[in-house]
Each structure stands twice: as C-alpha cells, then as structure tokens.
Design a protein around this ligand. Structure first.
Ligand code: DOR
Length: 337
C-alpha cells in the first residue's frame, strides 16, 4: 500500500503535548523570547499547543492583546498558541480585566490568571470567580500570599538560614490555595492551581477533589526534579517562583502526579535575558526554561524510577491539559487530529 513507515525505535510516540503555562515575552520583551522562538522551542520539545501567560508588556488584559498574541501564533504556524487572559487590569489585583471581551474574541480565551502574582484581595478573587462562572471559564491562581512571601529569595527552611537568603515559607502557597478552594466552593467557579510546589498544597487539592470540587492542578518539571539544595552555589539560574522546595515537597508532588491529584505537567517556561540572570542572586529575576526539557525530565524523574507509567505521563503532558483548556483537536492520536 501507500502507507509511510516511520522507524520509531527508541522514540516516544504520543499525542502532541499541551503546555498550560508558557511565558512567551511577546509583546514587550522580544529580546528574551518571541512567539516565534517559543513556538520553535515548544515544537522541538514535543508540544503542539502552548498557553501564553498574560504578564507581558502590555499585559494581556484586553481582547486586542489576546487577539494579537493568538494571531502571531497562527502566523508562526508551528504550534497552537492559546492565550490566558489576566484577571485584573495591568495585574493590579484590583480592577477586573476585560474578561467577557477576551472570552468572545477570536482568541476564545478560557483561562484567566494574574500569574506572577497571587490575587491578594479575597473579595476581588470572589467577585472575579463569580463573573467567570457565567462563561464557565477557569480562574487560575499563582498561589502566593505576598505579605508572607515578603521579598523572599528561596524556600524557607534550614537551607535558607545556612545560605543567608530570605525565605519564602511553604505556607505562603498553602494559605492562598486553601482560600481559593473555599472561594471556588462558594462561587462554583472552576479553579486551576498553577505550579503546585508544596506537600501541603498537594494534600489540599487531594481533599478538595475527594469532596467533589471543580479543581485542577499542575506541577512544573523543576519542582519534581530539584530541591533547594540546588541553591548552594547561589546560581541565579536556580531562582524561580515558587521556589525549589524541600525533598519532602518533591516527593509529595511526585506522588500527586502519580495518583491523579495533580492533573498536568506544565513548564512555567520563563526565559530571561542573560544580563538579567547574570547578577547577584537577590537582583536576578525568577524563572527557568522548560519547553525543550520537560519530556526528558519527566521521563527520568517519574517513569524510569517507576513512579508512573508512560501512559500516565501522556495524560499529564497531553490528554489532561488539552481537556482543561477545552482543545478538542489536541490530546489524542486519531486520524485528522
Ligand atoms: O519564576 C517565575 N517566573 N515565576 C513566575 O511566576 C513568573 C515567571 C516570569 O514571568 O518570569
């Protein structure tokens, strides 16, 4: 027949991966990354869809920015570039962004977040969730109580004390996750927890799911690969937010990925300019790369040691994130998809 035979020996054959959490840096910081370069990295990493975070300059808080990012993704044509809209105008956490307009735009935005910051004002979080319910859209949170996190540089614990770097306690994440789970219950809004990094957050998600909450969660490869021990050299490449945590947290995130508590692996791919990263630790911006290494790290950290099988890994990288974003044409291997 006419069938084309491809030798896939030693390769992983899977539906294209879907990244729920990518920082593309366009518009505003095209020196760091563009929609075209991020699309290239994504495709090289096995991704067929990525979701652009809104913390660009200008912030993606209107339909015009959302449509621009979406259109540039289509123009590049390598992967499906979806857009997450901001919850608040300019990520100020106070005035709602043009949510309805973004939902109805050509970009068809379904996920909203102020990622980079947690929403500090509980009443703003509640009102925004109530508004999102009307669109069945997702409220996605960067769980971090800013007052508790203060100007922390790394995970708070013995190691931060040893290194003399100000710590961010795990409780800064736990408290906001608990608040949001309560508010999602109150409002009926779909809740997605971004980059879950702590054991107690995993436990909160597990309990909320057992109670039937409409909640999903993601974890980033660096949070199941590295611990705060990686900070020993004060290498700013290891600076990321939420920070690299303790080994108990890494174990809990790993178990959460295996048992279905955490739904997706998302990269939080967050490129920065070399001259910005190459500074004294406390001046360097947080963020790690992820698109080209997510599969290899997941395979090495999760599949090879036997924490989970390849089919679960494909759920985490492809099927589940496609379902969360509502991308019918992604997340499966079928004729035409
Ligand atoms: O490490 C991070 N980098 N965490 C965030 O929440 C934001 C991101 C960025 O945009 O650089």
């Amino acid at each position: 027949g006419k069938a084309e035979v491809i030798d896939a020996d030693g390769a992983i054959v899977a539906p294209g991966f879907v990244d729920l959490h990518t920082h593309l840096r366009e518009p505003g910081r095209e020196d760091e990354e563009t929609i075209a370069t991020a699309s290239t990295g994504a495709a090289a990493g096995g991704y067929t869809a990525i979701c652009a975070m809104p913390n660009t300059d200008p912030v993606c808080d209107t339909s015009s920015v959302a449509e621009k990012v979406w259109a540039l993704g289509r123009e590049t044509g390598l992967v499906d570039v979806r857009v997450a809209g901001a919850l608040s105008r300019g990520l100020d956490g106070a005035v709602m962004a043009d949510i309805g307009e973004m939902v109805r735009s050509a970009a068809r935005v379904t996920m909203f977040t102020d990622d980079g910051h947690g929403v500090q004002d509980s009443l703003f979080a509640r009102r925004t969730m109530e508004y999102l319910v009307a669109f069945d859209a997702i409220y996605a949170e960067h769980c971090e109580d800013a007052a508790l996190a203060a100007d922390g540089q790394m995970h708070e614990g013995d190691r931060s004390a040893e290194l003399g770097l100000r710590g961010i306690p795990a409780e800064a994440e736990e408290l906001m996750a608990a608040r949001d789970i309560a508010l999602a219950r109150l409002t009926g809004c779909r809740l997605h927890l971004l980059h879950v990094s702590c054991a107690r957050t995993v436990e909160l998600v597990r309990r909320a799911k057992a109670e039937g909450a409409r909640i999903t969660a993601e974890a980033a490869p660096h949070h199941f690969t590295l611990t705060d021990a990686a900070l020993e050299t004060y290498d700013p490449l290891m600076k990321v937010n939420p920070p690299l945590r303790a080994s108990e947290d890494v174990d809990a995130v790993t178990r959460g990925l295996a048992d279905g508590t955490i739904d997706a692996i998302a990269t939080d791919h967050a490129p920065h300019a070399v001259e910005e990263k190459d500074q004294e630790f406390s001046y360097a911006p947080p963020g790690m790369l992820g698109l080209e290494t997510a599969l290899a790290l997941s395979f090495t950290q999760l599949v090879e040691p036997g924490h989970l099988g390849l089919s679960r890994l494909v759920e985490l990288l492809s099927t589940n994130p496609a379902r969360i974003l509502g991308l019918d044409e992604q997340g499966s291997l079928e004729i035409g998809s």
